[in-house]
Every structure is written in C-alpha cells, then in structure tokens.
Design a protein around this ligand. Structure first.
Ligand SMILES: *Cc1c(COP(=O)(O)O)cnc(C)c1O
Length: 369
C-alpha cells in the first residue's frame, strides 16, 4: 500500500512575483475554527474586512469586497461592466494588459489596444488622443505591470476618461498594499487586486472596489451579467445589508485577509510604502553593483517588482534552481518577451525585508561568480 507522508513544505523565502511570504500571524488566523457563512460572528468579520479594504484602497466606495478567487477573478469581474458590442480601450504594455484584452473580448467587448513597448507606461495625452479617435465605455489599465516592473502614473488619467464618457478600471494586483493606491483621489471607477502579492496572504481572494459611476452603469445594464459566479448585482446583496445567499464565502481565507489587513493598518500605509521603497532601493543598488541592470527606468520603476536582464551566457533557469535548492529563495523567470532573458524579483508585503535583500544579493553574487 502506498504511504502518504505528512505534509512537509519548506519555509521558502518567496521573492518572486507572488505569492509572497505569509506572516505567521496570517497563517495562525487561518487555523481558527470554521463558523458558518451567515453566522453573526462571520458577518461582523465581513464588515471589518470591508472597512479595512476601504482603508487600503483609500476609498469610501460602499461596494468594496473580496471576490472569491485569485487576482484573475478580480480581473474577470470586468464582465460586470462589459456588454456585447461595448467599446473597451486597454493599455497593453506587458503580459497582464494582454490578459485584460483576452478577458474583455470573451464578454463581447470590442477591444481596442493602446500599445507601448514592454516596460513603458502611458500618458494621459495618448489616452485622450485614443478616445478622441473613438470613445470607449471602459478604459482598462494595469497600475503595476508584474511582467515588466513598470508603475503607471495616475495623474490626470481619470479626468480624460470621464470627459469622454468612459469608466476607468485599474488592475492593482501588484500595487495594493505595497505602493500608494488612492482610488478616490485618482477618481478610479473600478479597481481590483489579489491577496497573494503585497497583501501577503495566500492566493484565494481578489479585493475589488466599485465607485458610484460604475455601480450606476451596473444597474443600467441592458443584458444580464454573462458570468453567474461573479455577477455583482447578486454578490452585492450578500455583502450588503440583505445578506442574501449567493455562494459560500471562503471562510478561512477571509480570516486570513482580515489579519493581513490588520497588519497593514497597524503598520500604517505611509510607513509601509516607505519600507517597500527603501528595500527596493537597496536591492537596485546591490543588483547594479553585481552588473545587473533593472529593465525599467527609475522614474517609473516599481518598488514591489523588479525585472533584471540576465547577462549573456548565463543559464537563468539553472541559477533560479540553485537559489531554491541551496538558499531556499524563490525568484521568477521572465514572462512573454522576457522569457529566458530576465529574472523577476518581488519585494512584496512580508517579503519586503532588509535581511531578504541582503541574502538574495549575496546568494546571487556567489552563484554568478
Ligand atoms: C498576478 C497578477 C494577476 C493575476 O492574479 P492571480 O492571483 O495570479 O490570479 C493579475 N494582474 C496582475 C498585474 C498580476 O500581477
């Protein structure tokens, strides 16, 4: 008879594009006894999760919830704002912009791509020019493009989108909890994230916030939302005052998210962003000293994820394997055009620590020697 041993995973140092290392406090929270999803204790917890999500998104939006599923479920929730034939403008400057086009197209959106080379970002002027040529009901951008390490500046963008009658949707999967995300100040209509990146929770929930313009558009739809599981017209009743059953909330994941958000609240947003900036700056300096150049210029380089080009003649996969086997460190290879040519190093949430930066740099130094 085959023997199945006790689970015995290594305590990896997760310095890739997600998942990031999870705080022991979050793991302990997940081990709490299960209550029912309509238990008054769980309903109180749901309210706290919503309050804390509004805090990290910097928003007053009532419809702010954790969608069941990973970050991609947050992206897929755009199905609520796209009907067949709707014009959708997507900024494509990396892998996740591509995925947004794919998702919007599957719901019948007439997708138009606004393209920049991988690693670049968009200006409000070029978005305005595109909308003057042809307006769009939805404009979708990636705030922190995890395939390249570029951070999209947000000044003036919502203004342009709204002037042309559209809604602005922002992918904040690799920014929320690591760099400033100011949903109300930027006037973003729809934003989503994932728990496994800078929130340092296991993968499994997708924080989502929907502003008043987008809620109105949702209620004015001509057709039913094409995805039953992600239909916000029903889900808002479960997370709203009615508490009407739609699907069973992932209870333990909500325990985890509450604890991860409580950690952010205790640390304070400004201090947390400063920690991410300082550790990223130390990483960049150390990489440059090793002759490794981050791909994205400093003025729009993302502190939570860095793409570095691999020097000629180095087998990038072999180095990653040795980092994992000999140092217990995970980093990632490149996606898309960077496949086989770059490493992606994440310093997200609980993983963004000075000792991790020093350990990775010294490991890379010995492996490259
Ligand atoms: C990781 C990521 C996603 C998808 O999240 P999953 O948790 O992998 O489903 C979407 N957008 C961006 C920018 C990401 O980095």
């Amino acid at each position: 008879m085959k023997k199945y041993t006790d689970l015995n995973t290594s305590a990896r140092i997760l310095l890739g594009p997600g998942p990031s290392t999870v705080s022991p406090r979050v793991l302990r929270a997940m081990a709490h006894p299960l209550v029912g999803h309509l238990d008054p204790q769980f309903i109180a917890l749901m309210n706290e999760v919503q309050e804390l999500l509004r805090f990290v998104f910097q928003t007053e939006n009532r419809l702010t919830i954790p969608v069941s599923g990973t970050g991609s479920a947050g992206m897929e929730a755009l199905c609520n704002f796209v009907e067949p034939g709707d014009a959708v403008l997507v900024g494509v400057n990396g892998y996740f912009g591509e995925r947004l086009c794919d998702v919007a197209g599957r719901y019948g959106g007439e997708v138009r791509r606004l393209e920049r080379p991988w690693g670049d970002v968009f200006t409000a002027e070029e978005i305005e020019k595109a909308l003057q040529e042809r307006p769009a009901k939805l404009v979708a951008l990636v705030h922190a493009e995890t395939s390249t390490g570029a951070l999209q500046p947000m000044e003036g963008i919502a203004d342009v989108v709204h002037r042309h009658g559209g809604l602005l949707l922002l992918d904040c999967v690799t920014s929320l909890g690591g760099v400033p995300v100011n949903i109300d100040a930027w006037d973003v209509d729809i934003a989503y994230s994932g728990t496994q990146k800078c929130l340092s929770c296991p993968p499994g929930l997708a924080p989502l916030t929907v502003g008043p313009r987008a809620v109105e558009a949702l209620h004015q739809r001509k057709s039913r939302v094409a995805n039953w599981y992600l239909d916000l017209t029903m889900i808002e009743k479960y997370w709203g005052s009615e508490r009407t059953y739609h699907h069973t909330a992932p209870i333990s994941m909500n325990y985890a998210l509450r604890e991860a958000l409580r950690l952010i609240y205790e640390e304070g947003l400004e201090k947390r962003f400063e920690r991410h900036r300082a550790n990223a700056a130390a990483l960049w300096k150390g990489l440059e000293a090793l002759g490794l150049q981050p791909h994205v210029p400093l003025d729009h380089r993302l502190p939570t994820l860095t793409t570095v080009l691999v020097p000629e003649g180095i087998d990038e996969g072999a180095i990653r394997r040795r980092l994992l086997d000999e140092y217990n460190i995970e980093i990632a290879g490149g996606l898309g055009i960077f496949k086989g040519r770059a490493w992606r190093i994440g310093l997200m949430g609980y993983s963004s620590r000075r000792e991790n930066v020093l350990l990775l740099l010294s490991a890379l130094e010995s492996l490259l020697a």
